[in-house]
Design a protein around this ligand. Sequence first.
Ligand SMILES: Nc1ncnc2c1ncn2[C@@H]1O[C@H](COP(=O)(O)OP(=O)(O)OP(=O)(O)O)[C@@H](O)[C@H]1O
Ligand SMILES: [Mg+2]
Length: 242
Amino acid sequence: MYVEMRHINKTFDGFRASDDVNFGIERGQLAALLGPSGSGKTTILRMIAGLDKPDSGDILIDETRVNDLPGSKRGIGFVFQNYALFRYMTVEENIAFGLKVQKKSRQEITYRVEELLELISMKDLGRRYPHQLSGGQRQRVAFARALAPSPQLLLLDEPFAAIDAKVRRELRTWLKDMIDRVKITSIFVTHDQEEAMEVAGTIILTNQGRIEQIGTPEEICKNPKTEFVADFIDVKLGTGHF
Ligand SMILES: Nc1ncnc2c1ncn2[C@@H]1O[C@H](COP(=O)(O)OP(=O)(O)OP(=O)(O)O)[C@@H](O)[C@H]1O
Ligand SMILES: [Mg+2]
């Protein structure tokens, strides 16, 4: 397992945001954390990223317990819905940001930025500022910025939530292709069943701070283990998805 959560508990003022959370994700997998609003998805992601500390339990990345390792040392890139681009930086400068922090040489930065602009099909837009881009383009830049320092793990928290339905569907497919291409272990948060089914190889279903079920989209659709899971994915049943 590349990422493992073992008996993770987290409370906020007595409220259980994570209640004995256990799961593992293998290297190269794209897993979705799926569940209703308030079920604890972002809390899980923030603990993996080192932005929050669990009250108890172990977080392992590549077999190493990282509970006490600062987030910046965990080799993680993230794309959060509200983690906007730097407004006063161009696309190129945004993508270069993490590389400058790592004190890479100017030559190396130029090369990597070019490579990423190509990857996100925005080669000619490097000099633009975020306000000169569409929402979808901005999220592609956010994705490139997260990938620039070559993280081992990518965390995405509802990266397309603010984008309209049509573009969102295109971005979903785009993201899946990108992740397949760069082969990076990724965890994708969504409360949209359809989005999770389409994008992820593994779905981790959250409810009230607990994990209800883990499985492939097909397993979860065909064999929901609890009433909650059956209800939650009900929208997709009978639509010939599988
Ligand atoms: N910093 C905090 N202080 C107090 N309560 C918090 C804090 N962060 C999260 N919570 C609570 O923990 C619960 C889980 O929150 P979390 O943000 O993880 O849910 P979520 O599944 O990401 O929801 P959404 O789909 O709406 O983003 C919620 O009830 C939330 O109010
Ligand atoms: Mg959230």
